[in-house]
Write a protein that binds this ligand. Sequence first.
Ligand SMILES: *Cc1c(COP(=O)(O)O)cnc(C)c1O
Length: 402
Amino acid sequence: MKYHIPFNRAFLAGKELYYIAQSVLSGHTSGDGLFTKKCQRLMEEKFGAKKILLTNSCTAALEMAAILCEVGPGDEVILPSFTFVSTANAFFLRGARLVFVDIRQDTLNMDATKIENVITENTKVIVPVHYAGVACEMDTITDLAHRYSLYVVEDAAQGVNAKYNGNYLGTIGDLATYSFHETKNYICGEGGAIVVNNEKFIERAEIVREKGTNRSKFFRGEVDKYTWVDIGSSYLPSDILAAFLYAQLENMEQINKRREEIFDYYYKALIPLVNDGKLRLPYISSECKTNSHLFYIILKDESTRNALIDHLRSKGIQALFHYLPLHLSEVGRSMGYEDGHLPITESVSGRLLRLPFYHDIKREEQAIVVNAITEFFEQTRSREFKKKWLSEGTVSLKSQAT
Ligand SMILES: *Cc1c(COP(=O)(O)O)cnc(C)c1O
């Protein structure tokens, strides 16, 4: 199916191709070249982070975080079920037991008031996921982490350049992870970063990312040869991808502004349908400055949501549902989770729909999306009316006959 208005479309923000050429011509296209360093420095300065290291993906950064926290069999990790599989898999790979917590109705983030109940002596890490670039209640979460001596790893894949109480997401937990996947706000195809806020992890983060060697120290002249010192893997991206990413990060504010415009347009245009009781719009808590990562609507029930997806598809518009709850996946069920365990997650997952959202989407395209949604509800209303009218007619015909 060819969509006239796709869900996502990659874009160029400026000098991506020029920087790629520069990277190739520099002769250093492997990891940790000129552009990797530029990206890291730009983000460290802007976000006020102690250490940021580019990775191949947010998934890779999450795996690093699990290794750094020394998560292993017997340890428990608290996370939402309403998230991408990598949030869970990174810790599952280390043998941890996953403890899923339900989300809040309003922000769709893990409900911080439900965390304390599931903390045990085996709990090691809490993993808040900032859904749609809207912050979790980090004050409550960091307070719990201090009281129970737990690590906090923010999955800020969707939260790059968003804020909570004035702090950039990703700078609050002990560790945090960003994504630069093609579907995120700032992109390079596949890419990510790990943010190291707890200083005790900095040296080991460099080692784990460099195949378990002290190569970074060697390049800084701190050791005279480098060697195998720890577990690790190849978690650093090619400098060619960093070159692409640098052009995006340089234009971070312009990209952010564009996304805000797209978000605001949908929001205002859909208010009549909210007033009509047809759908619900995203909620952004007052402590949070969002990065307008995505735009979702929540419908009355799953069948309405699915019918709306079909209706939009028939108009060439690609709208997508989001996460199937992890606790009800094949792996989740094998851990003993069942239907009904996390009611809000289960209900929201069936009713949520994400609208087309990309840097170059045109006003007219957004208007087409909104009109198609409005038309869908007008059609259902006239169908319901017709059905009612017809059945009333049948009744009166029958009563005449008797
Ligand atoms: C996109 C995403 C990831 C994975 O990011 P990759 O860079 O594709 O590995 C992880 N967690 C969340 C919440 C995401 O949205």
